[in-house]
Design a binder for this molecule. Structure first.
Ligand SMILES: [Zn+2]
Ligand SMILES: [Zn+2]
Length: 344
């Protein structure tokens, strides 16, 4: 998804610090710190990440599908795919998104570390980069500066298709890198967390090695290991990536809008289980600080169920779920203040 979580963050920090005066330290009248960084080094890392973590899973999935004609998969491959999908999917939605980006609850250090690791295993970018990009998405949603809006490529069918392709996939090849000093200072200061997050490549490799090892042990063969690597590793990364990216692309174009606002986020309720609750995206934009994206008990939200379970076990606390009254007030206020042209 983004740059390598180790080097890019460090280099971007260095670039940002070197190029931009820190508040209070710069010359009088100096320019304020830039919010994004764009240089050949960062773009090289982005291209490398795109090839390794976004293109390779597509190739792996194509190989896995082609091999189905030679040897059908069994319960082991399906179990590895589902289990690794759930573990890494929760790492992204509960860890990367709700905990680290939006601070929607507090987590005990062991839970935070586990979520940083399982989120990294998804191969969608280093923790600090992911958080900075997503905070910028909320800041600039569907306006200039949004790293992945589908709504800025022009009108008409052609513009909409171009916007979808950009927001779903193509933006990751090369994009402005959000200055992590500006967007994620809380994470950078957390030394224990950074020690875990900087091993991004290791965690991705572990996410591939684990299903390979389990597949090999169960099948007692290298073929079993290879199939475990394919289905629990590459196919799982491919599927989870496209589900999460669909939130960025399709759910800023299609779906329902109970909360009308400046940005064009949508809810896609029928995909809520498949996306761990992420598809309540319009709800999320309305209440980004809420650990619950469904907002009400009858809207499936597996990510929130997981957080509730962690809270019951004493691993999570301070769940900032908005009250029914606040939700109703927000809906009315937003719908009243947005003009029809913006709400379209
Ligand atoms: Zn969004
Ligand atoms: Zn968010």
């Amino acid at each position: 998804m983004v740059d390598d979580g180790v080097q890019a963050v460090e280099q971007a920090d260095k670039n940002a610090l070197a190029a931009q005066p820190m508040p209070g330290l710069g010359r009088a009248g100096a320019e304020p710190r830039r919010k994004t960084i764009s240089n050949p080094y960062v773009h090289r890392l982005q291209r490398r990440h795109f090839l390794l973590f976004d293109i390779v899973p597509i190739v792996g999935t194509a190989v896995a599908l082609a091999l189905l004609t030679v040897r059908p998969i069994g319960a082991t491959e399906i179990a590895l795919l589902v289990a690794m999908w759930a573990v890494t999917g929760l790492g992204i939605t509960v860890g990367y998104h709700r905990l680290f980006t939006h601070r929607a609850f507090r987590a005990k250090p062991a839970l935070a570390a586990a979520l940083a690791i399982t989120g990294s295993m998804a191969g969608q970018g280093g923790l600090v980069s992911w958080v900075a990009l997503h905070r910028r998405h909320h800041e600039c949603s569907d306006q200039e500066g949004d790293p992945h809006s589908p709504n800025l490529a022009g009108d008409g069918l052609r513009g909409r298709l171009r916007g979808l392709a950009h927001s779903h996939f193509l933006w990751m090849r090369r994009h402005e890198y959000p200055n992590v000093v500006h967007y994620a200072p809380d994470l950078i200061k957390d030394r224990a967390l950074i020690r875990v997050a900087r091993r991004y490549n290791l965690w991705v490799a572990l996410g591939l090695a684990l299903p390979a090892a389990i597949g090999g042990i169960i099948d007692q063969s290298l073929v079993g290991a290879f199939y475990g690597l394919l289905w629990g590793g590459l196919v799982r990364i491919f599927l989870l990536e496209h589900v999460i990216w669909a939130i960025n692309s399709f759910l800023h174009m299609f779906g329902t809008r109970p909360f009308v606002s400046r940005e064009k986020s949508r809810n896609g309720g029928i995909f809520s289980v498949l996306t761990f609750g992420e598809s309540w995206h319009n709800n999320h934009h309305a209440f980004p600080e809420s650990p619950s994206f469904g907002l009400r008990w009858y809207r499936p939200d597996p990510g929130f169920w997981f957080i509730r379970t962690c809270a019951a076990l004493g691993l999570a606390s301070d769940l900032k779920t908005p009250s029914a009254r606040r939700i109703a007030a927000r809906r009315t206020a937003a719908n009243d203040t947005v003009t029809p042209a913006v709400a379209s």
